[in-house]
Ligand binder design. Structure first.
Ligand code: ADP
Length: 474
């Protein structure tokens, strides 16, 4: 199952970024506004309560000084009125007989108060009342305490209208400020949105151009860090594709050339026969056997090519089984020894331990056969070939050493390339196609192994192969 959880989203990344930033801003401005609002209202109320307490204390003293009466003309009346105006409050003074002796709203002067809270404060049952009325008022009832006890009660009812008004003003200011912040945020969001997708757009444009013009187009590495990484990756991929493309072209031209050579030879042989009117039977036989050799060669090249193509496919199925490598080597050597003996070449095989490993028997024996056959093909008459098998807990190792012509330093890498031969004529004489080591290397890589070559020109060659014993599928 794919680990990639990113679903197809049908909106542009630019729109997504802009919308996200705006939503976050709206949220932040909204929350800030609400918090400020509540804090402000609470602080305003606390300030009014503190003012009520302080002014009531001043009024209490003045009332006591005036003997709890409003009759004598003093400044008391004015003082109470100015406190009421300052607090935006209604103030009522109630004497011991529960009679209202002062009401800043006038209407209740001389009436009798029967409110239970007032009675409680007057009788000493409650020290004072400070509460918020549901219709947006703060009520404060406190006693006027003289030398002989409670002489009366002050009732203050302050309106919170002013707070609401200021709050309203604050609201308007906040809304204007919020709108301004939102506007700035929207502009920033649009700029960020455009900038974030700009590099992508440039990259996309370059890719479009690259699609038309092959693999030569490279994108300038610029923009944000992630975009730079993406661009570098894209350029690397393009470089690899370019190399692959040129390898493919080279391969195709090599194949055409290789396939053409035997056909040209056959054509020359056939034409000479046709043109030679005196050609006799022995001559025909000789030419026809040459033609037959060329056909064999052509068919070997085609069959090697097919093997390579099959292996090149990523899906080349591996038929992995636990195989006895000692037994496998013995079978291969049995086939090669007669050819070696015909040239007086001695093959020795040394195995240091029993090895059973997870391999594809057919492919692996093809790879080994190529190497051992080469050790014989490119050997000197009466030379030797030594094959050894060893293993540790992780890998097994096969070494094929020979006393042959060797491989010059500058050809060591190339001998694993397709159609590469050190000595073209010799390879041709021995029926080589130049594909054997390319096939071998492919097979070794398919087994997650390595192949190394040690050789000196004229002093023989040694190929060492290292393959993991247990196959771990990645
Ligand atoms: P070929 O079909 O020509 O043998 P290979 O791919 O098997 O193709 O080998 C590539 C070339 O490497 C050969 O043509 C030969 O020149 C060189 N080569 C391979 N094995 C040996 C060896 N054991 N000793 C010397 N040269 C070798």
């Amino acid at each position: 199952m794919s680990k990639n959880k990113l679903k197809k989203v049908n909106i542009s990344l630019k729109f997504f970024i802009i919308a996200s930033i705006i939503v976050i801003c709206v949220f932040v401005v909204g929350v800030t506004y609400n918090v400020f609002d509540k804090v402000y209202y609470k602080e305003y109320k606390e300030a009014i309560k503190a003012d009520m307490l302080e002014n009531s204390r001043i009024l209490q003293d003045k009332l006591l000084d005036n003997g709890m009466t409003m009759d004598t003309p003093t400044d008391l009346n004015l003082d109470i009125d100015s406190v009421a105006a300052m607090l935006d409050a209604r103030i009522m003074i109630v004497n011991e007989e529960y009679r209202v002796i002062k009401d800043t709203y006038v209407e209740r002067v001389n009436s009798i108060v029967v409110n239970s809270d007032v009675i409680h404060v007057m009788s000493g049952k409650a020290e004072y009342y400070m509460d918020e009325l549901p219709d947006g008022y703060i009520r404060y009832i406190c006693p006027v305490v003289g030398e002989e006890g409670v002489d009366g009660v002050i009732i203050m009812i302050a309106s919170l209208d002013e707070a609401k008004k200021i709050e309203g003003n604050a609201d308007r200011q906040t809304i204007i400020f919020g709108a301004l912040v939102m506007f700035v945020c929207a502009i920033i969001a649009v700029i960020i949105g455009i900038l974030s997708v700009r590099s992508m757009k440039i990259m996309n444009r370059h890719m479009e151009e690259a699609k038309e013009g092959g693999f030569d187009e490279r994108i300038p590495v610029q923009g944000f860090k992630e975009m730079r990484a993406l661009t570098e990756n894209y350029n690397d991929t393009m470089n690899k594709l370019a190399v692959l493309d040129s390898t493919r072209q080279e391969f195709v031209s090599n194949v055409s050339h290789e396939l053409k050579t035997p056909i040209t030879s056959m054509k020359v042989l056939a034409e000479s026969l046709i043109q030679n009117e005196e050609a006799d039977l022995p001559m025909y036989k000789e030419f026809m056997s040459d033609i037959s050799e060329e056909i064999e060669r052509e068919s070997k090249i085609i069959s090697d090519l097919l093997t390579l193509v099959k292996m090149d496919k990523k899906s080349a199925a591996m038929n992995i089984e636990e195989i006895d490598i000692n037994a496998l080597l013995e079978v291969i050597l049995k086939r090669v020894i007669p050819i070696a003996n015909s040239r007086g070449i001695e093959i020795t095989y040394e195995s240091y331990r029993e090895v059973k490993a997870d391999i594809d028997e057919v492919k692996f024996s093809l790879a080994l056969t190529n190497i051992i056959e080469n050790a014989v093909k490119y050997n000197v008459d009466n030379g030797w070939v030594k094959v050894t098998l060893n293993a540790d807990h992780k890998n097994f190792y096969i070494k094929v050493a020979d006393s042959g012509v060797g491989i010059p330093d500058d050809c060591k890498e190339q001998v694993f390339e397709r159609f590469y031969r050190v000595d073209k004529a010799r390879s041709r004489d021995t029926g080589g196609t130049g594909l054997g080591l390319a096939i071998t290397k492919n097979v070794i890589l398919m087994h997650k192994g390595t192949i190394k070559l040690y050789s000196e020109s004229g002093e023989g060659s040694t190929f060492t192969i290292k393959i993991p014993i247990k196959r771990v599928e990645s």
